[in-house]
Design a protein around this ligand. Sequence first.
Ligand code: NAD
Ligand code: UDP
Length: 376
Amino acid sequence: MILVTGGVGYIGAHICVELLSDGNDVLILDNLCNSSRITVERITVLAGARPSFIEGDVRNRPLLERIFTDYPIDAVVHCAGLKAVGESVREPLRYFETNVSGSVNLCQAMADAGVHTLLFSSSATVYGECVQMPIDESCVLGQPTNPYGHSKLMAENVMGSIARSDPRWSVGLLRYFNPIGAHPSGLLGEAPTTAPNNLLPYLLQVATGQQKELSIFGDDYPTPDGTGVRDYIHVMDLAGGHLKALDYLQRNSGVHTWNLGTGRGYSVLEMVNAFERVSGMNIPLKTTPRRNGDIAQCWADPGKAARELSWCATRNLDEMLRDAWRWQCQNPHGYEVDNLYPNTSEPEDVTMIRLVRSADALFRPNTTRDANKTIT
Ligand code: NAD
Ligand code: UDP
């Protein structure tokens, strides 16, 4: 059984679908601080198998001890964490407590239980303002530009240290570049609970009229069109990388680091143009000064993951944007209860049928309800 912390969050939910579809038993631990219990039902429908779910906190050590005693856990995928950069500047202690102390807590509980296989959701933010492009795993780690980035680097250091101190550990540090997109069914996706900070969720909300216009944070970067360049990767490709990494960790001890990116960067303007083409929507734009702490460009050398894990991203930008748009059209307010549970006293199996029908409908064209353009 695999424990997925943060398993009903944006990335964790996609990982759970892939793990369950691959025949693994999955236990999710999530405190739902940035997610919804409804996601468990959707994971179940998509995977055709139900994960176990515990609402709880990775900082709760007695709870973790009970979990490792009660469930036959072989490996942990640690996605739980806080991720809003701006919030981390305002509330750094909360970020260090969850992302660093929570990770230490989890590692201690794993060590006590004799579970030594751990895959961690890290971030390309640990590279800071790397001068070398593309970025490979041997690049000197930079100075993260905010407490969120520091917390990810600190957690990486904790996990690297324990793996070097005891040969029983197999630790994988997955440095995500910019995950976007959604499950192709439209049933899973990113559901920001406050105004989004990241480019794509914001752009989607502009497209549905929830935000007035998209601010382009700086058009004077030393990039081909002056706007920031990032390596956007489909969340389904990202999820697939976790299965490959877990497989590798079953056979190799020590600490291993892999970039999960496509190796190709797109500018903000290229993203807007591609989205307008895919969705048929018009995105009102305004240019504003650069955002504090932003870097000009960042894209991965994913060669190490290709060589060691036989993994590479296969979905192109159009697929990322089309899947994200489908998700947004079907779930304009995220995992809103009204969308799926008009009668909350429904027994679980009725809910399941409703979800299956919803998923079936989504695979058919022309089913958008809330957008004024058709998804192709
Ligand atoms: P998310 O917020 O959608 O998911 C995180 C999940 O963790 C949520 O379901 C939340 O409820 C849960 N959680 C938070 N604190 C918890 C706690 N103390 N105990 C238990 N559960 C807790 O975020 P995501 O985009 O799915 O990101 C998952 C991981 O990937 C995070 O660690 C994040 O730092 C990392 N990451 C994300 C991105 C990205 O762009 N989304 C990029 C790089 C790295
Ligand atoms: N960006 C933007 N407007 C927004 C959000 C982001 O122009 O409303 C730009 C940002 O400056 C960066 C790129 O889009 O160049 C990706 O930003 P995001 O926050 O999604 O990812 P990160 O900067 O963390 O890699």
